[in-house]
Design a protein around this ligand. Structure first.
Ligand SMILES: Nc1ncnc2c1ncn2[C@@H]1O[C@H](COP(=O)(O)OP(=O)(O)OP(=O)(O)O)[C@@H](O)[C@H]1O
Ligand SMILES: [Mg+2]
Length: 243
């Protein structure tokens, strides 16, 4: 395994301007929309588990579920955007991760990727929820891309203490895959904007965005990866301090 610890200990962001009235209206509409969406999603799950479908019908149901999740994600983003303009807010990190795993569930399933999760009991932390969702999305999508022939994805949130430095307390978010891994000479490059090995399919901006967002949280990002045949994979872990 090659190790790549990257630490950021800036004093954090200064709060930007308060949201305007239009932004507040958008956030409150998004908030109102989200409750019936959650109900609709539950109904879809119930129909799926009660009824018998043809293969075609099942794929339509799946599509409906994904689209509802997509709308819910947009609503969440709108709410987060407005919240994130002010200051970090207490959020439940395992719940954020769980939502995104549900959102991408069919993508993993269709590639034969099994998901293993482990969450700590108390996962509440003051975070910028919108950007943190972007971090998790990027890590999950990269992991899926790294396992075109299936594999395992481990997603964990644990109570943690910083490895070095001030030994701050906080949470550690870990996304690990059994994918093709990152060669040692490429490991430091993955954070460079526009570095991609995916040709036209990738912008190469995902990891550099992750770096910025971890920095915004005064967190620590660590990557380990191996390309050893039979034991290849990558582990991305992010320490988020409690204060
Ligand atoms: N889990 C992973 N396994 C293997 N390689 C990875 C993994 N995560 C990132 N990489 C490598 O890092 C590169 C940069 O990742 P990054 O997320 O920044 O961009 P991308 O995934 O190529 O494009 P985009 O995020 O826009 O879809 C990837 O192209 C890939 O080579
Ligand atoms: Mg990416």
């Amino acid at each position: 395994m090659t190790n790549q610890p990257i630490s950021f200990r800036s004093s954090g962001q200064s709060p930007s301007a308060e949201p305007g009235r239009e932004g507040q209206l958008a956030a409150s509409v998004a908030h109102e929309v989200n409750n019936p969406l959650a109900a609709l999603l539950n109904i879809l799950y119930m129909i799926e588990s009660e009824a018998t479908f043809t293969a075609q019908g099942r794929s339509y149901m799946k599509l409906a579920r994904e689209e509802v999740l997509r709308i819910s994600q947009i609503a969440h983003d709108a709410m987060d955007r407005i919240r994130d303009t002010a200051a970090p807010r207490e959020s439940n990190v395992p719940a954020l991760l769980g939502e995104l795993l549900a959102f991408y569930h069919s993508r993993f399933e269709s590639r034969g990727i099994s998901i293993l999760t482990r969450y700590c009991a108390d996962g509440d932390l003051a975070v910028y929820a919108g950007p943190l969702r972007q971090v998790i999305s990027n890590l999950l999508l990269n992991a899926a891309d790294a396992m075109p022939e299936g594999g395992r994805l481990h997603a964990r949130v644990s109570a943690a203490q910083e490895w070095a430095g001030a030994k701050r307390l906080g949470l550690r978010l870990t996304i690990a895959d059994t994918g093709y891994g990152i060669p040692p000479d490429k490991l430091s490059k993955v954070f460079v904007p526009f570095f991609t090995t995916k040709g036209e399919r990738g912008s190469g901006l995902g990891m550099s965005l992750i770096k910025d967002i971890v920095q915004k949280h005064s967190g620590v990002l660590r990557v380990r990866s191996s390309t050893k045949p039979g034991h290849s994979g990558s582990i991305f872990s992010i320490f988020l301090p409690a204060t």
